[in-house]
Each structure stands twice: as C-alpha cells, then as structure tokens.
Design a protein around this ligand. Structure first.
Ligand code: ACO
Length: 177
C-alpha cells in the first residue's frame, strides 16, 4: 500500500485496528488534552519511536522501514494491537503499549494476551498515562476473548504493574541471540 508521508503533508492515514477495541472508559478517564488511538500510519512523524526509546534502543528507522513494519502489523491485526495516547496540544505521542494475541491449542483453542513495549514519554510520566495504557490493553485482551493477559517486566516496575491489577507468577527466562 502506498503512503504519502512527508513532514509537509499527510495525505493518507491508516489505523492499525478498529475503534471498537478502544476502551470508552479509558478514553473518558484521560485528563483533558489526551486522547486514545490505535497506532496510525503517520505516527512515525508524531514521535512514536522517540517515545519507545525510553524503554530500549529503537535503532535507526526511515519512513520505509516504518511503513514496512506498520503494514506487516496491519496485515496481522488480529494479533497486533498497539495503542497510543496522544498529547493533543502538541500532536505528539505521549504514551504507547502493545498487546499480542496468541492462539493456543490448550484451554480449548484459548487466547493469551501478551503485553509488550509499554512506554510513557519522560515529560508525561507520573500523570496516570501508564496505568491508562495498561487498562486500554486489558480491555483489548477481554474484547478479543483472552483467558489471561501476561507480561514480563523489570523488578523495579513490579509495584507499577501491581497497581494495574497484575500479580507476580513464576519466572521469566531469556536467551539472547
Ligand atoms: N515503581 C513503583 N510505582 C510506580 C512506578 C514504579 N516504577 N511507576 C509508576 N508507579 C505508580 C505511580 O506512583 C502511580 O501510583 P498511584 O496511583 O498510587 O499514584 C501508579 O503507579 C500509576 O503511575 P502512572 O502515572 O500511570 O505511571 P507512568 O505514566 O509514569 O508510567 C511507566 C509508568 C510505564 C513504568 C513509565 O514510567 C515508563 O515508561 N517507564 C520507562 C519504560 C518502562 O520501564 N516501561 C515498562 C516496561 S515493561 C513492559 O513493557 C511489559
């Protein structure tokens, strides 16, 4: 699909998923000046990757590498649900998070939601945006029919996730290539 993204003009805007997966309650509970969206094709220009950089190294991207990844996710948008909370004053992304929906044989073809890549821009931290991101992703987990939603996090973030309704369970393992 062709995109005409330039800093001067935005001629086309594509959303990752339908608005029915956006929690009305989260939208209503956001402070004035913030708004919940699905990831959109022009969020490259709205600083989406800058926000992610508070989490980890993002690497150098061009508009083409952005579009390639966005279109991959859009093609699999029963699996990838990335939300943004926008700062409407600046039209920049203030916070983001993703839930991946895994299809399993166990639990009678059950679905598991995996929360990933939670990031609140440092200038917006401490304003309840992190908690709203998690609430928005839990809503998607319920709306898609997941029987559980899980995540991995650093020990220092455990109190934050406990405030979001999660409880520690078992251990995380990792193998880096
Ligand atoms: N430790 C303890 N409590 C915390 C922490 C923390 N690290 N962060 C927030 N809280 C508390 C707040 O004090 C607040 O408590 P209250 O309701 O009693 O007032 C509550 O949690 C909600 O806080 P928010 O304002 O919603 O938090 P914020 O918007 O700052 O987002 C986040 C928190 C996401 C951890 C943010 O600081 C951030 O982006 N950090 C850097 C990236 C990161 O670590 N992301 C998580 C990676 S794990 C993953 O992606 C699955």
């Amino acid at each position: 699909m062709l995109h005409f993204n330039t800093t001067e003009s935005i001629l086309f805007e594509d959303s990752l998923f339908e608005d029915k997966y956006l929690s009305p309650e989260v939208q209503a509970n956001l402070h004035e000046g913030y708004r919940l969206f699905p990831l959109r094709s022009n969020d490259f220009e709205r600083g989406y990757l800058d926000v992610l950089s508070v989490l980890t190294e993002v690497g150098a991207h061009s508009i083409d590498t952005w579009n390639a990844q966005f279109q991959f996710m859009k093609k699999h948008n029963d699996t990838y649900f990335t939300i943004t909370i926008m700062d409407e004053l600046t039209n920049r992304v203030a916070a983001t998070g993703t839930i991946l929906i895994e299809h399993k044989f166990v639990h009678k073809n059950g679905l598991v939601g995996h929360i990933e890549d939670i990031a609140v821009d440092s200038s917006h931290q401490g304003k309840k945006l992190g908690i709203r991101v998690i609430e928005a992703l839990k809503f998607i987990g319920q709306a898609t029919g997941c029987y559980k939603v899980i995540l991995d996090c650093a020990s220092k973030n455990i109190p934050f996730y406990e405030k979001c309704g999660f409880a520690p369970k078992e251990s995380q393992m990792a193998w880096y290539i």
